[in-house]
Design a protein around this ligand. Structure first.
Ligand code: GLC
Ligand code: GLC
Length: 641
């Protein structure tokens, strides 16, 4: 980019009558090169390239000018402390507004509960206007500027965001930018034959191109329709990766980028602090490819990000890429998505529970958890979506595991088709043609609490102990903290019956209620254990930042990792078996002599064999790190590498 582009855009901003502040101009000068670079790389040949870039920058100027003072203050705060989300005080929660509290106003009344649990991040599931009946849980958006009237109004959302902010909780919503619902104004105008809006979607006159594309694309919701396209009433075909009423936007048209940028900046100014970038992998399509995670998808996200840096720098992007682990990390970058779901750790926790063997998990801890500075994983036990087995096939083979057979085995365990299985899940999108399926179920039901397995509660706590101790932001699915079970009544609700993910999105998520969840009940025991772990995490500096190293115990069912700190590192050991495991003292040679288990307060002598009970987790604070017990002074940092 040259000075003249900057000069031209400054002049355009003045000509449009915008008078953004000095901060805006400084940020424009700093981030325009990135924006222009990505934009040129994607739209270099498009005749509207220059006009659309200018229009996007004008949107940013207008949004910046309209940004409320409290959010400008937040912008400055975040710019001064860009690593704010790497604090060990960060703990996230996610819920549906209606299922948790009825309405946005109702949710405001629950802020004391969130505080009590220690939340600093609250993801509200999609809450915008959407079609009646099935709307994919709100993931089919009909207007990004209107709240679903059943939940409240935009003013309620703004007030809720302000109240959350005042309580130290960052509001998070989805940016569902891969598709709109077929009731969105753009979709209606496209169907009314307006050329401008037809170009917002990918519409084909016949099956010729759809057939070619489908040779290489994956089927995401085969229960709903095969392939990636659905027919329109006039016989044409439209791209719909997910449900038939979710129409993929055509980002090859720069007007689409500009229009969605407008929606994004609107949300930023309502007080949203983190945008969960929905379905990032799918936004760019090219014939002959899987149409997932193409280079242009990355460039477009970077362009959106650069616009945010200019107009609403407090806003943080989180990527939702539930794909192969190499692809997951390809989105993680301060200039793209600084934070990302960690689907690998999630899936492998469940994998290790099913197999009582933590070796695949250990490989992931050894190789796949380190991120660049300024980035973090969001570590979760389960989400509102299904569990898919997204591990790397080659890594499985290294351990002598046949990846496809293993996935089939895991599916059988979790849908309860394996004799003696503790899990009570259901298949999601079982594909008879490919034999594929993913898993639905709440944490407690999948872990054995529903089946009254004696280890159910311990499994729930073990997975949460991993998510809370590994590097990044832990994220709780609210309801899991009191051990909510599956809700099979979804089968009676039209609009939900065909989508088994509703099994694990139960209604009426109760607050912790001592009467209902006494300490002897599974819900009470889970709540008690989780609350204690959250408290300890908040008090332990080693849980800040994103440093993590695998720690091999050489005991198959015991996974280990270190959270190195300048002083007092923490060694985490997690036992995925039902018997007793012993870790030989030689494994701890490079560690200090003694450690204190943060979870029980117990002191341990690391020169002796270490014993772990069924599903036991240890968070070992390494004291006096100066000298390792074998006399070497190489600990902690050398040994950690
Ligand atoms: C994301 C959401 C999922 C939804 C899909 C389509 O993957 O998590 O619930 O079905 O996007 O928007
Ligand atoms: C697929 C997609 C993921 C989405 C999920 C919804 O796995 O890769 O993005 O969340 O489907 O079920």
């Amino acid at each position: 980019m040259d000075e003249t582009t900057l000069g031209r855009l400054r002049a355009a901003i003045r000509a449009a009558g915008h008078v953004p502040d000095a901060g805006f101009d400084r940020r424009l000068a700093r981030h325009l090169p990135q924006l222009a670079r990505e934009f040129d790389a994607v739209y270099g040949d498009h005749p509207a390239r220059e006009a659309e870039l200018e229009a996007a920058v004008l949107l940013a100027a207008r949004a910046s000018q309209a940004r409320p003072d409290e959010l400008r203050a937040l912008d400055l705060q975040r710019e001064a402390n860009p690593d704010w989300f790497l604090s060990n005080r960060m703990v996230g929660g996610v819920c549906y507004v209606d299922r948790y509290a009825g309405t946005l106003r109702g949710l405001r009344d629950r802020i004391p509960d969130f505080r009590e649990l220690g939340l600093t991040y609250l993801h509200l599931m999609p809450l915008f206007r959407c079609p009646e009946g099935n709307s994919d849980g709100g993931y089919a958006v009909s207007s990004y500027r209107e709240v679903d009237p059943r939940l409240g109004t935009m003013a309620d959302l703004g007030a809720l965001c302000a109240a959350l902010r005042d309580n130290g909780i960052s509001p998070v919503v989805d940016f569902i930018f891969n598709h709109t619902s077929d009731e969105h104004e753009w979709a209606r105008r496209a169907m009314a034959g307006e050329r401008e809006f037809e170009d917002y979607y990918r519409i084909y006159p016949d099956r010729r191109l759809p057939d070619l594309f489908e040779e290489t694309t994956r089927e995401i919701f085969p229960d709903d329709h095969p392939g990636s396209f659905v027919p329109l009433p006039d016989g044409r075909w439209i791209w719909a990766t997910f449900y038939r009423f979710q129409w993929d936007l055509n980002y090859a048209n720069p007007a689409v980028f500009r229009a969605m940028a407008g929606e994004m900046l609107f949300l930023a100014n309502q007080g949203i602090e983190i945008l969960r970038m929905d379905a990032v992998a799918f936004i760019w399509k090219r014939l002959g490819t899987s149409c997932e995670s193409l280079p242009e998808a990355h460039r477009l996200i970077r362009a959106f990000n650069a616009l945010c840096r200019i107009a609403a720098p407090a806003l943080l992007f989180k990527s939702e890429a539930i794909v192969h682990p190499d692809e997951v990390v390809s989105y993680i970058d301060p200039a793209e998505c600084p934070i990302s779901y960690n689907p690998l750790l999630m899936a492998l926790g469940w994998e290790a529970l099913a197999t009582r063997d933590a070796r695949l998990l250990q490989l992931a801890l050894d190789r796949r958890q380190q991120l660049p500075a300024g980035c973090a994983f969001v570590n979760y036990v389960r989400s509102h979506d299904d569990i898919g087995w997204t591990f790397d096939d080659a890594e499985a083979r290294e351990l002598g595991i046949d990846p496809d057979g293993h996935r089939r085995f895991l599916n059988r365990v979790y849908v309860g088709r394996f004799p003696g299985s503790f899990a009570r899940g259901e298949p999601f999108q079982e594909n008879p043609r490919t034999g594929d399926c993913r898993i639905a179920g709440t944490t407690a039901s999948l872990a054995g609490v529903e089946a009254k397995d004696p280890h159910g509660v311990a499994r729930v706590l073990l997975l949460h102990a991993l998510a809370l101790a590994s590097a990044g932001i832990p994220l709780l699915y609210l309801g899991d903290e009191v051990g909510q079970l599956n809700d099979p009544t979804y089968r009676t609700r039209p609009g939900e019956a065909q989508d088994s993910r509703w099994l694990h999105r139960p209604m009426g998520v109760g607050r912790f209620d001592a009467a209902r969840h006494g300490p002897e009940t599974p819900g009470g025991a889970i709540h008690h254990g989780l609350a204690a772990m959250i408290r300890i995490r908040r008090e332990t500096p080693a849980f800040a930042g994103n440093r993590i190293h695998g720690f091999r115990t050489q005991v198959d069912p015991v996974a280990g990792f270190l959270r190195p700190a300048d002083r007092e590192s923490v060694l985490v050991l997690a036992h995925f078996g039902e018997g007793t495991a012993w870790v030989a003292p030689e494994r701890f040679r490079s560690l200090p002599r003694t450690a204190r288990d943060l979870l029980t307060g117990r002191r341990l002598d690391l020169r002796q064999e270490l014993q772990l009970g069924p599903y036991e987790v240890l968070w070992l604070l390494l004291e006096d790190e100066e000298t390792a017990w074998d006399g070497d002074r190489r600990y902690p940092h050398a040994a950690a590498a």
